[in-house]
Design a protein around this ligand. Structure first.
Ligand SMILES: Nc1ncnc2c1ncn2[C@@H]1O[C@H](COP(=O)(O)OP(=O)(O)OP(=O)(O)O)[C@@H](O)[C@H]1O
Ligand SMILES: [Mg+2]
Length: 506
C-alpha cells in the first residue's frame, strides 16, 4: 500500500532549540495516525512543516513519488494537504461561505466583467456544510458560531480543497462530549473516503477510539510507531514521558480533615445579564471545590462575575470574611484573587512579552505604586520568580527571555499558571487549567493546587474533564443552565451522578 505522504529524517532547528531531530513519519490512505508527545515534543512543528509554515532544516518530504526539501503553503494545498490549527483561524467578519472560499472565490462573467459567483459559493457551501453536519446558512458570519461550529467550517474548508490529508491539532480541546462524538463521526466518514488524518491530542482515551497508528515523539526525537490495537495506553505514556507514571492522575490525595471553616463565600449571586442566577456556595479551608457542567452552562460566566470582569446584578461575595464589592479584574487582583483562565489567547497573557515578564506580572500589579504593569519593577526579583516557576512546572524554553509566542501550546499554558501562582493570591480560580497540557505536567498542577489549598488558600477548579474533577476535588458543584444544581462530596460523586445533574431537568 502506498503512502499519502512520507517524511524522511526531518530536522528542524530554531535559534537555541532543535525542535525536531531525524524524524521519520508516514501516512497511509484511510488511516488516523495519532501524534503523541509531551508539551514541546515537536508535534505542532512537524505538522507545520507539512502545511508550509516552517521549512525543515534537513530531511525530505515525499508525496506521490516526488521529493521536496520543503513545501510552500501553496504546494501544500496543491498536494491536497489541509490543516486545522490548535487556534482556529477563521475570519470573524466573513461569512461561512466566504471563509471556506477565501482566496479561491469562484467567478463568472457579467457584461464582460469578472465578478464573484456568490450563487456558486452558496451552493457549494451548502453541500459541504451538509457533509460535516452543520446546520447553518452559508451567509452566517463566523463570529456568530461556537468553537465547534467553527471547527466544522474548518473541516468543510478542507473538504473544499478535496484534501487527501487532513491534519487536526488538538481538535477536541474545546469541544463538548456531544460535539466530540460528531467530530469522530466525520473522521470515520473521511476515512471511508481514503483521506489520511494526522491527529494530535493530549486526551489519551481518544487514541483507542479513533486511532489506527500512533507515533510518539519526545524532546524532538522519534520514539516509535505502534498499531493502536496492539498497544496499551500505559505503554504509550511510558514512551512519552520516558518513565512509568503510576496512575493517570497520580495521587493528589483528598483533604485530610473535614473542617468547615469558610474561606470564601458567595451568596445569591446573579449576573446583570442573568446568565448566572442566584448562586450560593462556600469554599472550606483546605479543600478544592470543583465546578462541573456542560460547556456553556455558566461556570466560566460565574467565575468572570466573581472576578469583576462581568457585571453583577445582585449578591454578596466574602473572602476570608471581608465583604467585597469588585468592579474590575484589577480590583479583584488587588483584593487577592487570581483567575487562571482557559482562554490563553484572549485573557491569559500578553503575547509579546518575554516569559519572565509574563510569569511575574500580577504581583507587580499588586505591589507597584503606579498600579499598572508599567510601574516600577524589581527586575531581579521578577526574574528569580520566573526561573523558579520554569523549573517547578518544567516549562520547556531556551531561556526565560524567550518570547511566549514561540513556546508550544501547552508550555504557554504553563506560563500562565506560573504567572498567577507568583501573585500569591488568597483565592485562586483554575478555569480549565490543564487544557492542552501533557499528562506529566497535569499532575504537577494538581499537586500545586493541593499544596495551595493545604496552605489555607481558597481553591476553585472548573473542568470539563470529569475524571480530573473526581481525582482532584473534595466537593463538586454541578451547573446547569446558569444555576447551581447540587454539590456532591468526593465520596458520593461519580461520573454518572454528575452527568445526570448537569443534563437532566428535574
Ligand atoms: N517559532 C518558534 N521559534 C522558536 N522556537 C519554537 C518555535 N515554534 C516552536 N518552537 C519550539 O519548538 C519546540 C516544539 O514545539 P511544538 O509547538 O512543536 O510542541 P508540541 O509538541 O506541539 O507541544 P504542545 O503539546 O505543547 O502543543 C518547543 O521547544 C518550542 O518552544
Ligand atoms: Mg502543539
Amino acid at each position: 500500500m502506498g503512502y499519502l505522504l512520507e517524511m524522511k529524517k526531518i530536522t528542524k532547528k530554531f535559534p537555541g532549540v532543535t525542535a525536531l531531530k531525524d524524524i521519520d513519519f508516514q501516512l497511509r490512505p484511510g488511516e488516523v495516525h495519532v501524534l503523541l508527545g509531551e508539551n514541546g515534543a515537536g508535534k505542532s512543528t512537524l505538522v507545520k512543516i507539512l502545511s508550509g509554515v516552517y521549512e525543515p532544516t534537513e530531511g525530505t518530504i515525499v508525496i506521490n513519488g516526488k521529493e521536496y526539501a520543503k513545501l510552500t503553503p501553496k504546494e501544500s494545498i496543491e498536494n491536497k494537504i489541509s490543516i486545522i490549527y490548535q487556534e482556529i483561524s477563521l475570519i470573524d467578519e466573513l461569512s461561512i461561505g466566504e471563509n471556506i472560499y477565501v482566496g479561491k472565490l469562484p467567478t463568472k462573467k457579467l457584461f464582460n466583467m469578472t465578478v464573484v459567483d456568490y450563487k456558486q459559493v452558496e451552493k457549494n457551501t451548502r453541500e459541504l456544510l451538509k457533509k460535516v453536519g452543520l446546520n447553518k446558512e452559508p451567509s452566517v458570519l463566523a463570529k456568530e458560531l461556537s468553537i465547534s461550529e467553527k471547527q466544522q467550517v474548518e473541516i468543510a474548508k478542507a473538504l473544499s480543497y478535496n484534501a487527501k490529508v487532513i491534519i487536526m491539532d488538538e481538535p477536541t480541546s474545546s469541544l463538548t462530549i456531544e460535539e466530540t462524538k460528531k467530530l469522530f463521526e466525520i473522521i470515520k466518514q473521511l476515512k471511508n473516503e481514503d483521506v489520511g488524518i494526522i491527529y494530535i491530542s493530549h486526551k489519551l482515551n481518544e487514541i483507542k477510539e479513533i486511532g489506527d497508528r500512533v507515533t510518539v515523539l519526545k524532546d524532538g526525537t522519534y520514539v516509535g510507531t505502534r498499531d493502536v490495537r496492539d498497544v496499551e495506553i500505559e505503554e504509550l505514556v511510558t514512551m512519552m514521558v520516558g518513565r512509568e507514571l503510576k496512575s493517570k492522575y497520580m495521587n493528589v490525595g483528598h483533604r485530610q480533615k473535614g473542617t468547615k471553616e469558610v474561606v470564601f463565600k458567595v451568596s445569591n449571586l446573579t449576573r446583570a445579564d442573568k446568565r448566572v442566577r442566584n448562586v450560593s456556595f462556600e469554599v472550606y479551608k483546605g479543600e478544592i471545590l470543583g465546578f462541573a457542567g456542560l460547556i456553556g452552562s455558566g461556570r466560566t460566566e460565574l467565575m468572570n462575575a466573581i472576578f469583576g470582569a462581568d457585571k453583577i446584578d445582585s449578591g454578596e461575595i466574602r473572602l476570608f470574611g471581608e465583604q467585597l464589592a469588585i468592579k474590575s479584574p484589577y480590583q479583584a487582583i488587588k483584593k487577592g484573587m487570581a483567575l487562571i483562565t482557559e482562554n490563553r489567547r484572549e485573557t491569559g497573557f500578553f503575547p509579546n512579552f518575554e516569559i519572565w515578564k509574563n510569569v511575574s506580572i500580577e504581583p507587580l500589579i499588586k505591589e507597584s505604586k503606579l498600579g499598572g504593569i508599567w510601574g516600577l519593577l524589581n527586575r531581579s526579583k521578577e526574574r528569580d520568580y520566573a526561573k523558579k516557576q520554569k523549573d517547578l512546572l518544567n516549562i520547556k524554553c531556551s531561556s526565560i527571555d524567550q518570547n511566549i509566542t514561540e513556546l508550544s501550546g501547552g508550555n504557554q499554558q504553563k506560563v500562565i499558571v506560573g504567572k498567577w501562582l507568583a501573585a500569591e493570591s488568597k483565592l485562586i480560580i483554575f478555569d480549565e487549567p490543564t487544557k492542552g497540557i501533557d499528562i506529566g505536567a497535569k499532575s504537577e498542577i494538581y499537586n500545586i493546587m493541593r499544596e495551595l489549598s493545604d496552605n489555607g488558600k481558597a481553591v476553585i477548579m472548573v473542568s470539563s474533564e470529569l475524571p480530573e474533577l473526581l481525582a482532584v476535588c473534595d466537593r463538586i458543584a454541578v451547573f446547569r443552565e446558569g444555576e447551581l444544581r447540587t454539590i456532591l462530596t468526593s465520596d458520593e460523586a461519580t461520573e454518572e451522578k454528575i452527568l445526570l445533574a448537569a443534563t437532566s431537568a428535574k
